[in-house]
Design a protein around this ligand. Structure first.
Ligand code: ADP
Ligand code: MG
Ligand code: MG
Ligand code: MG
Length: 413
């Protein structure tokens, strides 16, 4: 409860410690002796428990005061649970149904009790297994557009937006991980970097490319200084849970106010890495499945744009691009929307290329590549991904659209 000092839960202590939380007992049942508790955290940072009782199941997620992936030598503030909670309730308001239902938040224990998603599994596992998810592009395109638009001054009032930016500005150390691991570490010999043997010549090429490093740092500059909207901050395929036809977004602890194009750029990178890794995971269905992944990228971006333009036309209630300057004077505001989207995609494609680099070069690699046991196969597939990432960073300002990005992926495949 709110007046007790933080203590990490264990499967043994959880029932006794949470037995009086009515938001929990309402879901699973009142008698803690009948609960089963399992720790299932597979992420890099936090404890995640499934609590099963006669009434049902819930997820209990608790922050640890250090980075789980590294250990207690790398402390990390518990307050990230506070920001995760505040991000989740905003995402739920901005795109209803997109995130798990939130039942309870305890700030001093850094814990969130939420809906147990079932039979959802982490999307990355489905992509490695070659499974299809119906409605995925529609869900992700709308989620990214709605959260981007509705978290910005295109929608919000100036006082509300400033209050929210101030609130999330307290989330310091977690976005700082992104600042270093994503934008900077791939381009020098950072301490926690690792890479697959054989990539050394490609890495040398990237680090010798001064223009590339300038573009990556300009993307970082926009990431840290541009508070256009509330971003999820970690929207990769490990932060999406899906069934064959339903998807949700989880784990927004890297939330901050940042560029409109950040989340969709990072998301597309993770689909591109899934694409490049497929030759190691598929047999006869390789071409069909790679086509499906590229179709998801193209459709997600197309639906994103359509939803963004729809919100522009119907919900432009903030201080930006007011109707007084356009429609009220008999002027179409489409050129203004085009200009906003041009900047958005420029940021998105730069972030996309950088994310493709960091997942192979700095800390926290992804299973799409990491599950490939044959190191020479892995290195050659990662090399394609790294080289395409570099081209995207260089050409982010001029990329025509997601179709052109998919064509580029085919050329590097
Ligand atoms: P971390 O911040 O440590 O990465 P996540 O929020 O990503 O933690 O959760 C870790 C894992 O726990 C997920 O990969 C997923 O397998 C499981 N998980 C998290 N939230 C839920 C949920 N609401 N329903 C079902 N499983 C979940
Ligand atoms: Mg996670
Ligand atoms: Mg690796
Ligand atoms: Mg997380």
């Amino acid at each position: 409860s709110a007046d007790t000092a933080y203590e990490a839960l264990t499967v043994e202590t959880l029932p006794e410690r949470l037995k009086d939380v009515t938001a929990l007992t309402a879901q699973v049942g009142e008698d803690p002796a009948l609960w089963q508790v399992e720790e299932v955290g597979d992420g890099n940072l936090n404890l995640v428990f499934i609590v099963t009782g006669p009434g049902g199941k819930v997820i209990v997620k608790q922050a640890l005061p250090y980075v789980r992936l590294v250990g207690d030598s790398w402390p990390l503030p518990l307050y990230r649970a506070f920001y995760e909670y505040h991000a989740l309730i905003r995402q739920a308001a901005r795109d209803p149904g997109a995130v798990p239902a939130i039942y309870h938040f305890d700030e001093s224990q850094a814990l969130i009790i939420m809906e147990f998603l079932a039979p959802h599994v982490i999307l990355r596992r489905k992509l490695i297994a070659g499974e299809h998810v119906a409605g995925l592009a529609e869900f992700l395109g709308r989620y990214c557009a709605r959260t981007a638009f509705r978290g910005s001054e295109l929608s919000m009032s100036s006082p509300d937006k400033k209050a929210d930016v101030a609130l999330f500005a307290g989330n310091v150390e977690i976005p700082a991980i992104t600042e270093a691991l994503v934008f900077t570490d791939p381009y020098f010999d950072a301490e926690m970097n690792s890479h697959t043997k054989g990539l050394e010549p490609v890495i040398a090429t990237l680090r010798a490319d001064v223009a590339l490093k300038v573009k990556a740092q300009q993307a970082l500059q926009r990431f840290v200084s541009n508070t256009e909207t509330m971003v999820h901050g970690d929207l990769h395929s490990g932060s999406i849970m899906s069934t064959g036809r339903d998807s949700r977004v989880i784990d927004p602890e890297f939330v901050q106010y940042g560029p409109l194009g950040f989340d969709i750029g990072m998301l597309c990178a993770n689909f591109l890495m899934a694409y490049f890794s497929q030759p190691a995971h598929r047999g006869a269905d390789l071409d069909e499945y790679q086509d499906w992944i590229l179709g998801i990228i193209a459709d997600t971006c197309r639906i994103f744009e359509a939803e963004f333009r729809h919100l522009w036309a119907t919900e432009r209630t903030g201080i930006l691009f007011p109707a007084a300057l356009f429609e009220d004077q008999g002027h179409d505001s489409t050129p203004a929307c085009d200009a906003v989207l041009t900047g958005l995609w420029r940021d998105a494609w730069a972030v996309c290329g950088i994310e493709m680099h960091r997942r192979c070069l700095s800390l926290a690699h992804n299973a799409d590549f990491e599950d490939i046991a044959d190191m020479s196969v892995r290195a050659s597939l990662e090399a394609r991904n790294l080289l395409m990432g570099a081209e995207l960073i260089h050409t982010a300002d001029t990329v025509a659209d997601a179709q052109a990005v998919c064509a580029l992926a085919r050329a590097y495949n």
